[in-house]
Design a protein around this ligand. Structure first.
Ligand code: NAP
Length: 256
């Protein structure tokens, strides 16, 4: 069920186009479904073309246009191709959701340089590259919504996640800078910082880590992918145009 955020909302997003990185599964897929539910056409971007295709096919059944694009967001030729293909298919791009992300956990002393690089390249550089392509298209349109998926650990830190927390804190700084640079072009840049959300990424954590996390959540439950998607939809609305450089925390009270 997709909530209506305000009874006075009139300008629905029907016919808008969204690019969602890492949209094949998990939080990205839920974001794709929530936006499609509001009539938004979707370009599902993923390194894994099979799951991107499967997601795009399911979105098509919801009555919107949808394409699957294979891309590694840390590769600048790939990110340029994403936008080229999306514009060719849809003619415009109103919404970019930088959602693709990975973890390569380990305590600082044991963390391999390659694990630092992989996480920073996909999470932070990927967000930079896609945002750079997005502002080219959105500046011409004088309209855009860039929504970056950060994390609660950007604000709290987390043992074993030096690379991941640094990448997500970097995303918050990047979001605020893009917000300031492109405010005059009608482009907003905001971030959603999820806490502990049940997905494949968190399913892979050891049981004792999950139990510790659970104890830190005042609401006494893990979040759902829909909880995150709802905040993304809020930032994507035309009505949210006076909100930029902000972070919505979706964490059950874990950090406030
Ligand atoms: P997920 O289930 O692992 O999904 C991530 C998606 O991104 C996968 O489809 C993955 O493809 C894709 N991807 C990975 N590397 C990519 C690359 N280089 N280029 C393009 N796509 C790539 O993760 P999730 O839990 O949904 O997380 C989504 C976002 O939310 C991430 O940015 C994550 O850091 C953030 N987040 C999650 C939580 C949580 O509790 N789950 C909390 C805070 C923040 P493959 O299928 O090939 O892996």
């Amino acid at each position: 069920m997709i909530p209506d955020f305000h009874p006075g909302v009139k300008k629905i997003m029907r016919g808008h186009t969204a690019i969602i990185t890492g949209g094949g599964r998990g939080i990205g897929r839920a974001i794709a479904e929530s936006l499609a539910g509001r009539g938004v056409n979707i370009a599902v971007v993923d390194v894994n073309l099979d799951i991107a295709k499967e997601a795009a096919e399911a979105l098509g059944k919801m009555g919107v246009k949808s394409i699957a694009l294979k891309a590694d967001v840390s590769n600048s030729s790939d990110t340029a191709a994403i936008f080229e293909n999306a514009v060719k298919e849809f003619g415009k791009v109103e919404i970019l959701v930088n959602n693709a992300g990975i973890t390569r956990d380990g305590l600082l002393l044991r963390m391999k340089e390659e694990d630092w690089d992989a996480v920073l390249n996909i999470n932070l550089k990927g967000t930079f590259l896609c945002s750079k392509e997005a502002v080219k298209v959105m500046s011409k349109q004088r309209y855009g919504r860039i929504i970056n998926i950060a994390s609660v650990v950007a604000f709290m830190g987390n043992p074993g996640q030096a690379n991941y927390s640094a990448s997500k804190a970097g995303i918050v700084g990047l979001t605020k800078t893009v917000a300031k640079e492109y405010a005059s072009r009608g482009i907003t840049a905001n971030a959603v910082a999820p806490g502990f959300i049940t997905t494949a990424m968190t399913d892979a954590l050891p049981e004792n880590v999950k139990q510790e996390m659970f104890k830190a959540i005042p609401m006494g439950k893990f979040g759902t992918v829909e909880d995150v998607a709802n905040s993304v939809v809020f930032f994507a609305l035309p009505e949210s145009g006076y909100i930029t450089g902000q972070v919505i925390h979706v964490n059950g009270g874990m950090y406030m």
